[in-house]
Design a protein around this ligand. Sequence first.
Ligand code: NDP
Ligand code: MG
Length: 386
Amino acid sequence: MKKKIAILGSTGSIGKSTIDILKKNKNEFDLVLLTTNRNYKELYTQAKIFNVKNLIITNNKSFNLFRKKFKNKRFKVFNNFSCLNRIFKKKIDYSMSAISGLDGLEPTLKIIKFSKKIAVANKEAIICGWSLIKKALKKNNTEFLPVDSEHFSIWSLIKNHQNELIDKVYLTASGGPFLNFPFNKLKKVLPKNAIKHPNWSMGKKISIDSATMMNKVFEVIETQRIFDLPKSKIHILIHEKSYVHAIVQFKNGLNKILAHDTSMKIPIFNTIYENKKFIKTKDLDIRNLNNLNLKIIDKKKFPLIEILKFIPETNSLFETLLVSANDELVNLFLDKKISYINFQKRLKNFIKLKEFRKLRRKKPKNIKEIYALNEYVRLKIKSLCI
Ligand code: NDP
Ligand code: MG
């Protein structure tokens, strides 16, 4: 029987990689839902290839344009995620959650109910809403699969091990474009310099997070939540080549290392096939292995790493504060309204404001609370910085 699949955010980088993988064995899959925000033309192309009936286009203008241009075609097009009850009569096999930003949390929570397995790339959903996701997974008996390369690696390494056996987990960080950049020149850095990631090809926002190392702060939080590990067991190592993605040190004396090429297609492929099919990859790169060159982080150059000390052990509203404030400040930096050094200083100061102190002890009760805080934080940042 064909595997029934849905992709949230199919027109993005992770979404397109997922589509590329499925295309190779098209007859094995029945794509039941694809979604986009604006990119209705790409969505149409994808829908035609896989003969997909249900589409969601959240941006109103794109939604209307799609309906006008392709009105004779036999698609069911929706404008938001409230339609899932109507689309799914029973559980599908696999969903990919690959919408970017906090807007992906609500669709992720909604689709859990209709999925046997959900692969989640959307970091913000995991970071801000893990307690809600966990509850929904349990209630609906849905299996969770991490997609982010570090977390997919840890997941693969600790499979079939008890949590007590894990001594330490190391996440690797490439160091981004400024690893070997002189510290005193960081003041003059422009958005175009900061988005040039040496190893991965990604969107602007996540590239800036890699440059500032905020991405690793987020990934430590993801690790805490997904694997239920205390912060003290999670460490970051600089590894310029990004060949090794995670190392797990076990209490039985074994250290397991997971290495693969810098392509997100590898973790995505493995969440779909789980060792039941093979992917064509390059040979093991001995030069990379001979030159792992793992280092600890220079906190002076990457001051946002210090934010880690404020992260609570369990999911709280503080993570929403952090994600939203960082997102808004990154936008201001990308719009050249604020400098590279300044936006990081402001982020560190902003999250320490007295009014936010209690957030660390508040577990999100529902999604509304997360979205309300997100809105408040963004407005406040704008009022302070513009
Ligand atoms: P992209 O920006 O490339 O794609 C995002 C997708 O979500 C697009 O389909 C986009 O539509 C859609 N989208 C954006 N905003 C909304 C919205 N408000 N409502 C509904 N749909 C929306 O992101 P990536 O694929 O790079 O990343 C997706 C997630 O995965 C992020 O959370 C990212 O942090 C995480 N991730 C990404 C990695 C990577 O290598 N790219 C690695 C690890 C994690 P449209 O095309 O119209 O913009
Ligand atoms: Mg990652």
